[in-house]
Design a binder for this molecule. Structure first.
Ligand code: NIG
Ligand code: FE
Length: 433
């Protein structure tokens, strides 16, 4: 969208939300992160990075840089870090909009799955789709997410299950990384369900994951992380351990869908295998939270999922922060059951259903979410030297994210690596030469 390589200056923001991380020697904690609010300040973006943060409006006359630049007036607007969606299943074929009626009739998620719906229905459709189709669908999803301010996306496989179909899905995800503006971080989730053809010999499928899929995926460098749906009726703690450790040995860092519906001890397993994150955690108890805090596993909470599953219960974000100082991260979990593109909406849900403050929720959706995919040294906050991934909001301050909820027009402009990549309304730009 912005073709010029000139530095970009965002000037006179009503608020710049710079998140500062204390350099803690041990694991990341929620209290290590601090919001620094700069009013009427400016940002200088150069060579894809944040070159400077200034506490005054830059004009053509007072610019601190001598070379030609593009000046963007962001008066009355708020600049936040690009949103990081650290848990998604964006690459799939076939929607499941009709399952809402089943849920309304009282069928549970696991009951729908047992009837061949849920994940298994998406597996059928995804196996049938060719790689081009998966790229087309993934591209559309990633593009919409970009317009909602998401500049980095973690993307899981898990709707192919057999090695060939998982590799196909991961190859589609890899291609998305090349063709999409958002950064795409791939995760192998072959243990997302037991494939129907292995329902009577699940051990054989686990052996295939370990002996065939993991070596191939790691050799082809198709994934950075390995994930397992550790849940009653899906993968047990012992099975998940075996798979995650095999992945870890091959260079894939563990992640885990833990304690989502039934408390199985997934959080403790995450700590044991030194997972980078443990996700969902709706049913986790204090022993589980303590285990995460002891080892430094990032808890990724998915309030969109509990909302779409119509649960009256929500992950205990408040408790996790207040009692355990856990660096809670947020993500959409975008999948055919929870088709939510918007991290801003997730921030709203986090405040209204999990009682996080707007500041905590913003940190969780940016800096902590970046930590959940190992990228917080480079993205997730507005700091000098970090990658210039930013969102300009049409709001006077960041508290309007949950306050003016459901407003797609809150996203004014999206900037990736210092360049304007999406603008929901024409920006006021001038060049000086
Ligand atoms: O994270 N819980 C398991 N996996 C996904 C849902 C996938 C699906 O329903 O298709 C999740 O919620
Ligand atoms: Fe998930």
């Amino acid at each position: 969208m912005q073709l010029s390589n000139k530095p970009l200056i965002l000037s006179n923001a009503s608020e710049i939300v710079a998140i500062k991380s204390k350099d803690s020697k041990s694991h990341l904690r929620m209290s290590d992160q601090e919001l620094i609010l700069i009013n009427n300040g400016s940002l200088i973006l150069k060579n894809g990075k944040i070159a400077d943060i200034l506490d005054y409006p830059v004009t053509q006359a007072n610019s601190p840089i001598s070379e030609p630049f593009i000046l963007m007036d962001v008066t009355k607007k708020t600049v936040i870090p690009g949103l990081v969606d650290s848990h998604t299943h964006i690459s799939f074929a076939g929607d499941r909009e009709d399952e809402l009626e089943m849920k309304l009739k009282g069928l549970s998620y696991l009951e729908i799955l047992k009837r061949g719906g849920g994940i298994l229905r998406t597996v059928k459709a995804t196996r049938k789709a060719n790689v081009e189709k998966l790229i087309e669908i993934g591209k559309e999803n990633a593009n919409i997410m970009l317009r909602h301010g998401t500049t980095t996306i973690e993307a899981k496989s898990g709707y192919g299950l057999d090695t060939k179909s998982e590799v196909k899905q991961l190859e589609a995800i890899k291609e998305l990384g090349d063709v999409c503006i958002n950064s795409i971080i791939p995760t192998y989730l072959g243990a997302h369900a037991i494939p129907p053809e292995f329902s009577n010999n699940r051990k054989d499928y686990i052996d295939l994951i370990i002996d065939e899929a993991i070596p191939e995926i790691s050799k082809k460098r198709l994934a950075r992380f390995i994930d397992v749906f550790c849940e009653e009726g899906v993968y047990s703690v012992d099975e998940a351990r075996e798979i995650l450790l095999a992945g870890k040995k091959s260079g894939l860092r563990p992640k885990i869908h833990a304690d989502e519906i039934v408390r199985t001890g997934g959080a403790q397993l995450a700590a044991e295998v030194e997972a980078i994150s443990a996700d969902h955690l709706l049913m986790t108890d204090d022993d589980g939270f303590q285990a995460l805090a002891d080892v430094g596993v990032i808890p990724v909470l998915l309030p969109g999922t509990t909302f779409s599953l119509m649960k009256n219960k929500h992950p205990k974000a408040r408790w996790m922060i207040d009692k355990f100082d856990l660096p809670v991260a947020l993500a959409t979990d975008l999948n055919p059951n929870c088709f939510c593109y918007s991290m801003l909406h997730i921030i709203t849900l986090a405040c209204f259903t999990m009682k996080m403050t707007p500041a905590e929720a913003l940190i969780a959706a940016t800096s902590n979410s970046a930590a959940a995919i190992g990228l917080n040294q480079n993205i997730g906050s507005i700091e000098k030297g970090k990658q210039a991934d930013l969102v300009v909001l049409d709001a006077p301050n960041f508290k309007y994210i949950p306050y003016r909820f459901g407003s797609a027009s809150l996203v004014d402009t999206v900037i990736k690596k210092g360049k304007v990549v999406a603008a929901n309304r024409p920006a006021l730009v001038q060049t000086n030469k």
